[in-house]
Design a binder for this molecule. Structure first.
Ligand SMILES: [Zn+2]
Length: 453
């Protein structure tokens, strides 16, 4: 009897283990079904690992940016559009990890968990972007031979209207030296709008100004004096000019390093970093399945010079351009930002695979501080930057000319927004190793805005 019982138990335990393994296998099949179906070895969808059985990618005006014709993935006949939208559209090989042809490949192929992969003759869905290809072309052309990125979004709806990144290549005629010509193509697969981290230079003075307004009670009633440099115990802060006596607003317009180094010392390292963190500049997040990299500040036990340089956007601080654009969206929006997105929908005539949803950030700053920052940035746009030749847009902005410390020209930055209900656009541009932020990044933003007016 004992022997039979023992054998019965072994059978029960063995059966239970088998059932558990089957359940796990079943769950895994369901959870990972799209990965199995969309694996590049699936000849139904892929030819030599290239996703071909996929729907069209369209811009906001219905312009086709990628489609399959006779089992070939083809791009617009216009070379400029192909290059300028490359990093948003992506490539069929998946080299550009954040391109929608990679991140939305399941939806683009028409795959669904219930129906699986559609047959070849079924209508594939269209993926419609919020991007305006004309704006991307104009922005990329304005970069000239420089690398960099330009992003523009509607801060009321979240629609990204322009997102372009350089270096780039032609996805229709992939260069033979793409992987070996590092002078021309280093970092070519990286969408700099999402994955680029740059020394912010003077655009970081928005953060220091925000922290000063929040933490130094009498800061707006004081005047500050700039002699062209400030000698500290561990270094010297150099200014671009002898600005003399200034109010805080004048110092922000002049982008006075001496005044902002004083403010950084009064604010202190801990509060300066905490402000950058709260404004969303030091956190990683996702936009349409593309990860935006977190910025960083290194202010653990800083010297006085390190703290001062951090306050004017130098030292070891690194910031992402899209995060700066969202911060400008929050200032325009009274303290909270609408998060940007660039995939509007994936659908065909019969069904929908994906539809964008609007998301908002937490309150990055109080409405009163947002209003004050807007006032200061408007003063910059109007009285210091000549409104970039677009006075009707009420441009509120801050330029930056960020020293890179490698003997090359500094990076040119411009961030800001249009305080205009007809054109509620926030933007960020970085033109690498170009020089003046006001001139080069200003031109890039003006070029991107023109097709959107
Ligand atoms: Zn100065």
């Amino acid at each position: 009897m004992k022997t039979i019982n023992k054998r019965s138990w072994i059978v029960v335990v063995f059966s239970a283990v088998m059932l558990a393994v089957l359940a796990l296998l079943g769950a895994s099949m369901c959870i990972n079904a799209s990965d199995y179906a969309l694996n590049p070895v699936n000849a139904h969808l892929y030819t030599r690992h290239v996703l071909l059985e996929a729907g069209r990618v369209l811009d906001r005006n219905g312009k086709t940016l990628a489609e399959t014709v006779d089992r070939h993935r083809v791009y617009p006949s216009d070379l400029e559009t192909r290059k300028s939208t490359l990093h948003v559209v992506g490539d069929p090989y998946g080299y550009i990890a954040t391109g929608v042809q990679t991140t939305f490949r399941a939806e683009l192929s028409g795959y669904s968990l219930v129906r699986g992969v559609p047959s070849e003759d079924e209508q594939k869905p269209d993926l419609t972007l919020t991007i305006d290809a004309r704006s991307c072309v104009a922005a990329r052309q304005s970069l000239g031979y420089n690398n960099g990125t330009v992003v523009v979004y509607n801060y009321k709806t979240g629609e990204l209207l322009c997102e372009t990144s350089a270096p780039y290549y032609d996805p229709e005629n992939i260069p033979g030296d793409l992987l070996t010509n590092t002078d021309m193509y280093e970092g070519v697969f990286m969408n700099r709008a999402l994955r680029g981290l740059y020394v912010p230079g003077s655009v970081f003075k928005i953060v220091t100004l925000c922290a000063a307004l929040e933490n130094i009670p009498d800061v707006e009633s004081r005047t500050f004096f700039c002699e062209g440099e400030r000698v500290l115990s561990s270094g010297t802060v150099i200014c671009t000019d002898h600005h003399g006596e200034q109010t805080l607003k004048e110092a922000f317009g002049n982008s006075c390093n001496c005044v902002f180094s004083v403010l950084a010392e009064e604010i202190g390292a801990q509060k300066l970093v905490a402000t950058a963190e709260r404004l969303g500049l030091l956190s990683e997040y996702e936009i349409d399945r593309g990860t935006v990299l977190a910025g960083s500040m290194d202010l653990e036990d800083p010297t006085d010079a390190e703290l001062c340089w951090a306050g004017i956007g130098q030292n070891k601080t690194m910031i992402n351009p899209t995060s700066m654009m969202i911060l400008c969206g929050a200032i325009a929006g009274g303290g909270k930002a609408v998060m940007p997105y660039y995939v509007k929908s994936v659908k065909n005539d019969l069904m929908s695979w994906y539809s964008a949803r609007t998301k908002r950030t937490d309150e990055l700053m109080s409405p009163a501080i947002a209003e004050k920052l807007k006032e200061y940035m408007y003063n910059n746009g109007t009285n210091y930057y000549g409104s970039f030749g677009l006075p009707e847009l009420n441009i509120c902005a801050k330029t930056g000319t960020a020293e890179t410390g490698d003997g090359k020209q500094p990076h040119a930055w411009l961030v800001g927004f249009c305080d205009d209900p007809e054109h509620p656009y926030a933007f960020a541009a970085v033109v690498e190793n170009a020089g003046s932020g006001r001139y080069y990044a200003g031109n890039a933003v003006a070029a991107a805005l023109m097709p959107l007016l």
